[in-house]
Write a protein of this length. Structure first.
Length: 250
């Protein structure tokens, strides 16, 4: 991940890729995509300094940007399908309706991003951080989100079906009307989480901590899986969750 200091933006911009070069790189990448690699040039800039960069509606499918520094970049409606953004820093970026389908964002920092409507279907997001992010109505279907940190994030209305969210952190997160159906949330933490209307049909909450969460009901959790290690809110302490069997997971 980039070591650039956010405390001195003038210094952070010293080796920033100039806008004119970005325009050229994007045009070459378009040709590379259209020719299936026979012409043009892939956008291949590991650890690139792209602080505040403007990529509005850019086609960055299959771009190679591991460790890139995209602090507060304008990524609205961009297409990063199949791109490599592992360990990239996208803190504070605008990602409204952006597409990251089947992209790699392992260990990426997406804290404080504005990402309503973003599409993370089948995206690799293991260890990614979404602290304080706006993820209203985002799509995470079949994404890998092990150990992802959603502290203070707003996921209201998001679709998080059939995901792997083991050990994910949802402290202070807003999960109203989120659809977690079929997802694995083993050992996930829901401290001071608000979950009114969230859907947990066949979600696996084994060893998850819901003891300080708000908005859970017996009807919600009655459709989920759990085990003796699942910590429920005090008002639901008598509820016994069914355990997921090998047959149920098949």
């Amino acid at each position: 991940m980039s070591k650039l200091s956010l405390g001195a933006h003038s210094e952070a911009e010293i080796d920033r890729i100039p806008d004119a070069d970005l325009t050229r790189l994007l045009a070459a990448h378009d040709v590379w995509l259209a020719s299936d690699g026979a012409a043009g040039e892939q956008f291949d800039r590991p650890a690139a300094n792209l602080i505040y960069a403007g990529f509005f509606q850019a086609n960055l499918q299959r771009a190679n940007l591991p460790g890139a520094f995209l602090y507060r970049a304008n990524l609205r409606e961009c297409d990063f399908a199949g791109a490599n953004l592992a360990n990239a820093n996208l803190e504070g970026a605008s990602m409204v309706n952006s597409v990251f389908v089947q992209a790699t964002l392992t260990g990426a920092v997406l804290d404080q991003t504005t990402s309503p409507g973003a599409d993370f279907e089948q995206t690799e997001l293991t260890g990614a951080g979404f602290r304080g992010a706006n993820l209203l109505s985002a799509n995470f279907v079949r994404a890998r989100l092990c150990r992802a940190d959603f502290t203070d994030a707003n996921l209201a209305g998001a679709v998080v079906r059939d995901c792997i969210l083991d050990e994910a952190i949802f402290t202070d997160a807003k999960l109203m009307l989120v659809n977690f159906s079929g997802s694995s949330l083993r050992r996930a933490v829901f401290c001071d989480t608000i979950a009114f209307g969230a859907i947990f049909v066949e979600a696996d909450l084994a060893d998850a901590d819901l003891s300080r969460a708000r908005g859970f009901t017996a009807e919600q959790l009655g459709l989920a899986y759990g085990n003796a290690g699942t910590r429920l809110p005090p008002e639901l302490a008598g509820l016994v969750l069914r355990e997921k069997t090998a047959a149920a997971g098949a």
